[in-house]
Design a protein around this ligand. Structure first.
Ligand code: GLY
Length: 389
């Protein structure tokens, strides 16, 4: 009897994993169709010469951004993921070309978004090709980003020139640390690692509420290093939980645990996961509204990008700490719901893969639209799902 149930269990697992692999294959095929369409659309969508990367749809038109924009690295990243899965040299060629178009960002010290831009493009390029030229760009970008670190505050400054804040640091900034960890691995120079750890520890200390949700923007006094304001920019209210912010925190602390093996980061990631998954306002399909605390939630737009980021982070988190099948099961469910109910019909939406993301609701910008970073983290989650046991 015992032997029979083991055989049944093994058969079920094999069947499940075969079904999952077949599904990933089909979804990637569809993503290839969409991305070929996007490549066709780009030339006619270009209004200025410096517009190099698709970001979203605006009034149904494809919106391209310059390399300066924080989202410029995601489309090159999508191309690298397609190459990774298919090994098709055509995808590699496109990925190389679109990656090269944003190289100039390596010296742009005016933003904290270096990791988003350079690690999602050049980081994947190096991971998949081992080409030294990509490594050099990553290291130079890390040097540039390090200039935004103030040791008194212990953090990298997020934005310059904002009237309401002197030294703003946003939860999203956790995502830029991956580039710094990589630069220390590549060079042996521990200064990048130390900045990343300091940023993560200070964020862990100050950015979270007692219920483990996070603020979006904290403002610091650079003479004392003290927090002077706890605000939001893209969320519903200063005290609300902006959905994508929670996802950035989850992904960021999971990655910090991978890079440092400091269990404080692992526990922070687990606490964020528990916060997200225990929200009574999280819809049954696990695709959150844009803010967990917005009023009249049923009438509010979803944020598919927050769901994609969360799924990808949970796959990684499920491999750390005590064996925890729950995180993988939740990631599977998010991925399956995104795949079945939130994808663009083939041949539509100028080639974006997912619909229904929300960029910046309070500014009335990018509401219920496709966005490049939703597609990027969705493909990353799909590739991660393949390697899960
Ligand atoms: N990092 C900006 C955003 O998540 O919208």
């Amino acid at each position: 009897m015992k032997r029979l149930s083991i055989v049944c269990f093994l058969l079920l697992s094999v069947t499940y994993s075969f079904a999952q692999k077949t599904k990933v294959k089909k979804v990637i095929k569809d993503a290839e169709v969409q991305t070929r369409l996007m490549l066709q659309q780009i030339p006619s969508a270009k209004e200025k010469q410096d517009q190099v990367s698709p970001r979203t749809l605006e009034n149904g038109k494809l919106k391209l951004v310059s390399s300066r924009d924080w989202t410029s690295g995601f489309f090159p990243g999508v191309l690298w993921f397609l190459y990774e899965y298919t090994q098709d040299q055509q995808w590699k060629k496109e990925a190389e070309q679109y990656t090269a178009l944003i190289e100039r960002e390596k010296t742009n010290a005016g933003t904290h978004d270096m990791g988003f831009k350079i690690y999602c493009s050049f980081g994947n390029a190096y991971r998949l090709t081992n080409d030294q030229k990509y490594k050099d760009v990553i290291v130079e970008s890390a040097r540039t980003l390090s200039k935004r670190f103030n040791p008194k505050v212990g953090l990298i400054k997020s934005w310059d020139g904002r009237k309401e804040w002197k030294y703003p640091v946003i939860i999203d900034n956790m995502m830029n640390l991956e580039l710094l960890f990589a630069a220390t691995r590549f060079t042996g120079d521990s200064s990048f690692y130390k900045i990343a750890v300091s940023h993560a520890k200070t964020t862990m200390k100050n950015h979270f509420r007692p219920d483990n949700s996070s603020y979006h923007v904290l403002d610091y006094d650079t003479t004392t290093g003290n927090v002077v304001a706890k605000h939001t920019h893209q969320g519903y209210a200063h005290e609300s939980a902006w959905a994508r912010g929670q996802a950035w925190g989850l992904y960021g602390f999971t990655m910090c645990y991978r890079e440092t093996k400091d269990t404080a980061f692992l526990h922070q990631a687990e606490r964020i996961a528990e916060y997200i998954l225990s929200q009574p306002n999280l819809p049954a399909d696990l695709i959150p509204y844009w803010d967990y605390n917005a009023p009249d939630l049923q009438t509010q737009p979803r944020d598919v990008s927050a769901a994609s980021i969360t799924a990808s982070a949970l796959y990684e988190l499920s491999t750390y700490g005590k064996p925890n099948k729950k995180y993988k099961a939740v990631a599977d469910k998010i991925l399956s719901n995104l795949t079945n109910n939130y994808r663009s019909p083939l041949g539509e939406n100028k080639g974006f893969i997912l619909l229904h993301s929300t960029g910046h609701k309070p500014a009335n910008s990018e509401i219920d639209v496709p966005i490049s970073y939703a597609d990027y983290y969705y493909l990353e989650a799909l590739l991660r799902s393949k390697t899960m046991k």
